[in-house]
Ligand binder design. Structure first.
Ligand SMILES: [Fe+2]
Length: 283
């Protein structure tokens, strides 16, 4: 009897542990565990500017300058123009409220401040409302080369400039709507479409291939690797992308190339309509 009682108590204790506590025991970085929002996050002007340290600003400056040196001839025009339109400079961490009002002016998107990696429904819900979920803390000095966790260098520098591109901005809003409707195998299919466009997309410009994916643009290693001959480049085709496997923690060996951002909107919309994930009302 005594043994049974102890087992019951253990089971209750286990059930009451937070995901963070369980992850810490299993050795998973707790910052990489998705969390749910407990209410609407602050958006635009509601977002307060954090009390950043001098070291935080120095980390932003170091990362910003290092990437910007690598990007000419590699990043697409849309991204580079986006950095300017959003008024990002190396001098200090941008205020999410300021970036949000610039995005509002450009493509009617806003920024929502979130505490870390979100559960997918919360994430898609924000995208479907033209609100980009962003953290406001930056990686520490010991993680400047690589961090597995979300941070605002990736969210702001990697993602937000592309949201000033009108077709990309519309595509990402449609992505949020489609993802809210996806069930079963369509969920990983959409995840692959996200990976090979938003995070790891390439596009043809008249000067040659260029990068627009945030996962490449915010990474020192990927940005030097993505356009090299070590990477197989395939034409953008949603039907192929949704079956394409990838690994998260290694350099990518296959990427997909857009002809234009119009092709992204059209190809994505057609594929989603064929799966019943978008309807005429959504587009
Ligand atoms: Fe990302």
């Amino acid at each position: 009897m005594i043994e049974d009682k102890t087992a019951d108590q253990d089971a209750v204790q286990e059930a009451e542990k937070s995901a963070y506590e369980k992850a810490a025991e299993e050795g998973v970085d707790p910052r990489c565990i998705p969390q749910s929002l407990d209410g609407p996050p602050p958006v635009g002007d509601e977002i307060e500017y954090p009390d950043y340290t001098d070291q935080d600003h120095a980390n932003w400056k170091y990362l910003f300058e290092r990437q910007m040196k690598l990007l000419p001839g590699r990043a697409g025009d849309a991204f580079l123009k986006g950095v300017e339109k959003l008024g990002m400079t190396p001098e200090r961490l941008p205020a999410l409220a300021d970036v949000s009002s610039n995005l509002k002016r450009e493509t009617n998107w806003e920024v929502a401040r979130i505490p870390g990696l979100l559960h997918e429904k919360d994430f898609f819900n924000l995208l479907s409302n033209r609100q980009f979920p962003s953290t406001d803390y930056i990686r520490g000095e010991d993680e400047l080369d690589y961090t597995p966790a979300p941070d605002c260098f990736h969210d702001m520098f990697g993602h937000m400039p592309m949201l000033t591109q009108p077709e990309f901005a519309d595509f990402y809003n449609l992505f949020g709507k489609a993802a809210l409707h996806a069930e079963g195998a369509d969920r990983p299919r959409l995840e692959r479409l996200h990976w090979f466009t938003v995070e790891f997309g390439l596009i043809k410009q008249k000067e040659g291939l260029r990068i627009f994916g945030a996962g490449i643009l915010s990474s020192k290693e990927e940005v030097q690797h993505a356009l090299s001959d070590e990477v197989e480049k395939l034409p953008f085709d949603p039907a192929v992308i949704v079956e394409q496997d990838y690994t998260v923690y290694e350099l990518q060996d296959t990427l997909f190339v857009l002809e234009s951002f119009e092709q992204l909107v059209e190809g994505f919309t057609d594929w989603c309509m064929s799966r019943g994930l978008l309807s005429e009302n959504d587009v």
